[in-house]
Design a protein around this ligand. Structure first.
Ligand SMILES: [Zn+2]
Ligand SMILES: [Zn+2]
Length: 348
């Protein structure tokens, strides 16, 4: 079995009650190195159909521009009945190079999203820019554990762009999700796609969620010039209602998928077979531990809007996840779901 039963007995990660809300979970404003105000951000994203936006300005820059309290008051002031701002911060660790090392990069950027609009505790400024070595990620892991205890979600940002080697990203622990796609690093250096690193982390045994985000820094000038880094990667959160608590709970429960184009409509399991329905797609994959040979459905002479996957064929994999690819090569990714051994799939 892949999915636990919902209240109505249907095995799906998405209950019938509720709906998907479009979200950008990473973005900057003039409180750090972004060009938009919180008001402009809300106006532009609401017009594009977004209902949720996590403001995640760099903590150290916020401190120089009025401090966290003024920042939180300002971003929460743009809330409306159809637009929910989430309170967040981006924090950074700087890689300390050993003598003779070639690459100076390898910074770790983490987004922390508060579980309430006005958190009583903000992340400590002292951690910003703290250095770490290749062998030592313990300081970051202590920070992640402390922030989790304080009620924050922690997201691992743009690892493909950040650089660093596997000892660093496999050593990070205690966070909830990773950016499989980040738009601004795609614009900066064509390094927005972290799907290979995501698979490596899953192979290491960490079952974390995946996100697609904009990390928007651009402003109205870039938008008018056609080189805006927004509206490229989003997360669809399935929640009962558009309230802070309901959205945060849905994130914590993993009731979301992310996308750079395709829409996932539903996932449902019956008798060990998963049915996936989606917007028109060229290919749909069901992936497990062996990412080189996923179960695949191809549109033959047309596009697919549904696919069926027999979970028995993933035997031995501890999880299954799904990826939809449209005719333009854009993807939607689900989270990984634990594959339980006592599957009814064995009976058919
Ligand atoms: Zn960053
Ligand atoms: Zn950022």
């Amino acid at each position: 079995m892949l999915f636990d039963p919902q209240d109505d007995g249907r095995r799906s990660p998405f209950p019938r009650r509720g709906r998907f809300y479009k979200a950008n979970l990473h973005g900057h404003t003039r409180y750090s190195d972004g060009r938009l105000t919180p008001e402009q951000t809300a106006q532009l994203y609401r017009a594009q159909g977004y209902a949720v936006y996590a403001f995640t300005d760099h903590l150290i820059e916020i401190a120089r521009r009025g401090g966290p309290d003024a920042y939180i008051r300002h971003i929460q002031s743009v809330a409306t009945s159809d637009f929910l701002p989430l309170t967040g911060f981006e924090i950074t660790f700087e890689r300390q190079c050993a003598a003779g090392e070639m690459r100076p990069a390898g910074n770790i950027h983490l987004n922390v999203i508060a579980s309430v609009p006005q958190p009583s505790q903000t992340p400590p400024l002292s951690v910003y820019g703290q250095s770490y070595t290749r062998e030592d990620v313990s300081a970051m892991n202590r920070l992640i554990a402390g922030l989790s205890q304080a009620g924050y979600r922690v997201h691992f940002n743009h690892p493909a762009w950040s650089g660093g080697d596997s000892a660093i990203y496999l050593g990070l622990a205690g966070y909830q999700a990773m950016e499989i796609y980040n738009s601004t690093t795609d614009h900066l250096s064509q390094e927005g796609d972290s799907s290979l690193i995501y698979q490596k982390i899953l192979e290491s045994g960490r079952m974390i969620g995946c996100l697609a985000t904009d990390d928007v820094h651009g402003g109205v000038d870039e938008l008018e010039a056609g080189c805006f880094d927004g509206f490229q990667g989003w997360t669809m959160i399935h929640a009962e209602e558009l309230t802070y608590n309901s959205i945060f709970q849905a994130l914590d429960a993993g009731r979301y998928y992310c996308s750079t184009g395709p829409a996932l409509y539903d996932l449902e399991e019956e008798g060990g077979v998963v049915r996936l329905s989606c917007s028109p797609a060229a290919r749909i994959f069901c992936k497990g531990l062996d990412s080189h040979s996923p179960l695949a459905a191809y549109g033959r002479g047309g596009l697919l809007t549904e696919a069926y996957f027999d979970l028995r064929q993933l035997k031995g994999s501890p999880f299954a996840r799904f990826e939809i690819v449209d005719s333009q090569g854009r993807s939607a990714w689900t989270n990984p779901y634990p594959l339980k051994e006592d599957s009814t799939a064995c009976l058919i």
